[in-house]
Design a protein around this ligand. Structure first.
Ligand code: HEM
Length: 310
């Protein structure tokens, strides 16, 4: 009898646009994900691990990036919105004005205006770009503002559940992230409260996963692969914009998955950087990133690639 626990529902496959618990369509065979943007690849900074806010100015001409995965990602989102809406849309009742303004900005970038209102407009906007859309509301306080997460349309969650995050401030949203509070909790809050409408920013994140699904709200309950070359590198490109009218914040997330075996073909510099990044992760963070169980054999494999090339 199948277990009720959702983590047991992982289906082994190699297609990023098929959810973690579904079988890929027959024509997905042979598709290989590739991260199409070099500027979002992980970099080594300093000589020891530290979370970094790492934001850079965003050129709005490249707010959303058109690439080979643009349409397949939108198609995946449309399917999820049609069939699994409860898992990919969540909001609080006070989110409609800020969600609507966020939708106007996104659809405006595409030369369109919303045909729906409030959170429905946010859903419409999220269906038109490959990026996930999340919205924070600005709530004035005696000494500044709070920025709770009030609405999201998230089709590429990396092992977190949208509904569990709604209503939370940044520190609480990031509670499962080891060392977040110590390293960057205050700096993220400052970055967000100082964000102004005319200075949008972006950043990126990386992790290794043993399943390729972009829609992957859970972690599997045990290792899914037997060889390091079967792992995937997952990178997220994130942008942040302050909304001029409601003063809310729109945070966008675009996820990419690439087989590690393809990633390392970028050459020894990319292999060495990844090797050092994985080696430097404190155990607590390696556990959070689900790298812990794989760490020794990933490092051994990356080392062997470097030796083979010298
Ligand atoms: C400058 C701003 C931000 C920084 C520096 C930041 C940093 C991070 C980091 C380091 C992680 C861990 C990722 C990993 O190691 O794999 C993370 C996860 C996450 N972030 Fe952020 N973040 C920022 C803004 C936001 C915003 C505005 C949201 C709004 C929804 C958000 C939602 C999340 C969520 C949901 C996770 C996953 C948490 C979990 O595993 O339960 N982040 N973030």
């Amino acid at each position: 009898m199948p277990k009720a626990d959702p983590v047991s529902r992982f289906v082994q496959h190699t297609h990023p646009f098929t959810p973690y618990d579904e079988k890929p369509p027959f024509d997905a065979h042979g598709f290989v994900g590739r991260i199409p943007h070099d500027d979002i690849l992980p970099q080594l900074v300093g000589d020891a691990f530290r979370h970094r806010v790492g934001v850079k100015p965003l050129d709005l001409a490249n707010w959303f990036v058109r690439d080979d995965e643009w349409q397949p990602t939108i198609d995946m989102k449309q399917r999820l919105l049609a069939k699994r809406r409860n898992e990919v849309v969540s909001f609080r009742d006070d989110a409609h004005d800020v969600a609507h303004e966020a939708a106007e900005l996104v659809l405006g970038w595409l030369g369109r205006t919303p045909t729906a209102n409030g959170v429905d407009a946010l859903v419409e906007a999220a269906g038109a770009v490959p990026d996930d859309l999340t919205v924070l509301r600005s709530v004035p306080t005696d000494d500044g503002e709070r920025l709770p997460f009030v609405a999201g349309v998230v089709c590429s969650p990396s092992r977190w559940r949208l509904a569990e995050k709604i209503g939370l401030d940044m520190l609480a949203v990031h509670k499962p992230v080891a060392l977040y509070a110590e390293h960057i909790g205050a700096a993220v809050d400052t970055t967000l409260t100082r964000l102004s409408p005319d200075k949008p920013i972006w950043r990126s994140n990386w992790t290794l996963e043993d399943h390729p699904a972009l829609f992957q709200p859970y972690s599997p309950d045990g290792p899914m692969v037997e060889e390091p070359s079967e792992l995937w590198i997952r990178i997220e490109r994130e942008t942040l914009r302050r909304l001029p009218r409601t003063r809310g914040i729109l945070f966008t997330i675009r996820g990419f998955q690439e087989p590690l075996s393809s990633y390392v073909q970028r050459g020894p510099e990319a292999v060495r950087t990844l090797r050092d990044l994985v080696a430097r992760l404190p155990d607590s963070l390696a556990r959070y990133k689900s790298v812990y169980d794989y760490r020794d054999f990933v490092l051994g494999w990356l080392d062997s690639l470097l030796v083979a090339r010298t």
